[in-house]
Design a protein around this ligand. Structure first.
Ligand code: TXA
Ligand code: MG
Length: 332
């Protein structure tokens, strides 16, 4: 961590700090805020300089578009064409961990959408984020609050540790409830809805509301989808420590100077540096812990992390989607 960053205080969930943070946002500053998925680095979505600073702070390529967070469906309709499919999903899952990509309106800067004719929209449910939205009365562009390609933050301390003095303003809101980024669904062609990023809202839940088939786009670097959404590329969410993933149920190596992560608490857990995502294999508990454990283990100084991936299941698939990308650098 940068030495200047260590003494910086966090803003808290109290009326004075919510007001102070909103004042900073209205003045074009970037502020890290808690959401129910991961912490986001937020800025006024219609202020190009403010949006530009998000890319700079994260070291994120300008071709990677941002999600805009709004207070209600009316605010979403001011920024994007909320077609019937979008409205159905918004009514079912907002506020919550679902991002809708719809055709954009002219007021949204091209910088936000990386020049695409579509915009990604979401109403977050985290009470602290909602207080900020209500106070600042702005649409907020917010990527996850981590350096580009690194592990997403699920606690305020992760943001401080990875962005340091580059992101001095952080609003503390406790650990994130879901621990994985929102599900992203592309609705620009309502006849052919596609999930671009699996997340807390599963395919079946989306299909039940839309009453139609939803496609899952698996993304390879050569794909057109990769051009559309570089943040969804195969190498992402990577810790600095090499990470090797193993099929569910296999025995993980116990070499000295390495760490092991199991899906649930193993019977034999006395080996040094042995961790687990959940006590009994509860997928929500596991999802909450994935990024926290990746961040923690990255500070341990081990030479490699061996990680058992999740068994089959909807949320398990979203967890494995992140683990496969996190390990892609090591396993390439
Ligand atoms: O849960 C979340 O979604 C968190 C919290 C902070 O809301 N945000 C988040 O943002 O994960 P970010 O920037 O880390 O990931 C957003 C993804 C990127 O991979 C980006 O490529 C994709 O959304 N995206 C944004 N706008 C898009 C668009 N118009 N078309 C296609 N993909 C888009
Ligand atoms: Mg991200």
């Amino acid at each position: 961590m940068h030495p200047l960053a260590t003494g910086l205080p966090f803003y808290r969930d109290c009326p004075e700090d919510i007001w102070a943070v909103s004042f900073l946002l209205r003045g074009g500053q970037a502020v890290a805020l808690p959401t129910e998925t991961v912490y986001g680095l937020a800025a006024h979505a219609l202020d190009e300089n403010a949006v530009q600073s998000l890319f700079q702070i994260k070291g994120r390529p300008l071709i990677d578009p941002l999600i805009v967070h709004v207070q209600d469906i009316t605010a979403a309709q001011a920024l994007g064409e909320m077609n019937t499919a979008a409205l159905k999903l918004a009514q079912a899952f907002w506020p919550g961990p679902l991002t809708l990509i719809v055709p954009k309106k002219a007021c949204v800067p091209d910088l936000v959408t990386a020049g695409h004719p579509s915009v990604a929209l979401r109403i977050p449910s985290h009470p602290v984020f909602r207080k900020v939205l209500a106070c600042c009365q702005l649409p907020l562009a917010a990527p996850s609050a981590n350096p580009f390609g690194y592990v997403s933050p699920t606690r305020a301390a992760h943001v401080r540790a990875s962005l340091g003095h580059k992101a001095p303003y952080i609003l503390e809101g406790g650990p994130c409830e879901h621990g994985l980024e929102s599900t992203i669904i592309l609705l620009t062609d309502p006849k052919n809805p596609c999930v671009l990023r699996p997340g807390p809202i599963g395919m079946q839940a989306l299909e039940a509301v839309l009453e139609q088939k939803v496609e899952l786009k698996t993304i390879a670097a050569s794909d057109q989808t990769a051009q559309l959404s570089p943040g969804l590329l195969s190498q992402h969410y990577s810790p600095r420590t090499p990470l090797k993933i193993f099929p569910f149920g296999v025995t993980l190596p116990t070499l000295p100077g390495t760490a092991r992560v199991f899906w649930k608490r193993p019977k034999d857990n006395k080996e040094d540096h042995t961790f687990w995502l959940s006590e009994n294999g509860n997928s929500q508990e596991a999802a909450q812990n994935v990024y926290h454990l990746l961040q923690t283990l990255d500070q341990l100084g081990v030479s490699v992390i061996y990680w058992e991936i999740a068994p089959e299941g909807p949320l398990e698939a979203a967890i494995n989607n992140r683990l496969i990308r996190a390990a892609a650098k090591t396993q390439a």
